[in-house]
Write a protein that binds this ligand. Sequence first.
Ligand code: GLY
Length: 349
Amino acid sequence: MNITVELGERSYDVVLANGARHELAKLIRSRAPRAQTVAVVTSPSLRNQPWFGFDSGLSEHVIEVPDGEGAKTLATLDELCERLAGVQLSRHDVIVAVGGGAVTDLAGFAAAVYLRGVALVQVPTSLMGQVDAAIGGKTAVNLAAGKNLVGAFHQPLGVLCDFDTLSTLPERERLSGLGEVAKCCLLEGWRATQVVDVSLSDLAIMSVRLKANIVSGDEKESGQRALLNYGHTLAHAIEVLALERDIDELRHGEAVAVGLAFAARLAHRLGRIEQGEVENHDALLGAFGLDARLPAHSATSDLVGAMGQDKKAHHDLTFVLASANGFDLVRDIDADVVATVLDEFRGEL
Ligand code: GLY
């Protein structure tokens, strides 16, 4: 299945299939015909996986970066760019990012800034990467002050979502990806009963189709793309507090699941949706096996404070919220209302 992100002459396909990684040589031949060298950026744990093997048809250098969100730093970016220079990667050459969201964010940002920009192919190997992180051109590293605070939009030449890689995905990572899939189902207005018996590959295809449509119409997030942050205001606050305390508590998509359940309750409190839609959110998250409870350590006042600091919030409390007519980015929500709904949510689950 190929889904196109339509961006004029920068349009590209997201290929979703078992064995999609074998499309690499064809993709590079057609989109980067002057390339002579490929830098495959990946992490050590992936290099040993049975599916790891990339034939670009060109001279290849595998460059390892550490696993996980902790690797998304300016220091790792510096090391990576030195390695790219060390293999003499030129303006015509290609970076192939093979990994989960952290690797594709880091390698994508290196591709955006090394030599003021080189071509990039994303090969996301986690469900999270395949349904969200590697599509749409957002690349970034973290600062001590927060996640993804230094980054760039840099669209790839193509995205190869190889379902073979999901066979070795740890259960927590699968659940995390399902958090983003649940978000897409809810944005598409699905009822909980609709997700039963839908295969993971069909769920991934639905999610990518939604994201590709939205990014095609709003590449730089000046409008509709912000809706992809449904559930993320609370999720980011949970993640920021966990990071400050050095607690590896919830994966990103697991935090998004909590954020989705909360956003439904807030929308209901603001008179935007009926109680039945709140129940639909809970049932849909439950159908994916996602736990929507707030983490125990997170005090309401800390969460409200962190939500006000979110980089999308412009110092107010901003949420994507459902209504009977669709979703909106709602700004300037009263902090007392948010705190009350949070306390009720905590007591209820
Ligand atoms: N992850 C949301 C976006 O790419 O816009």
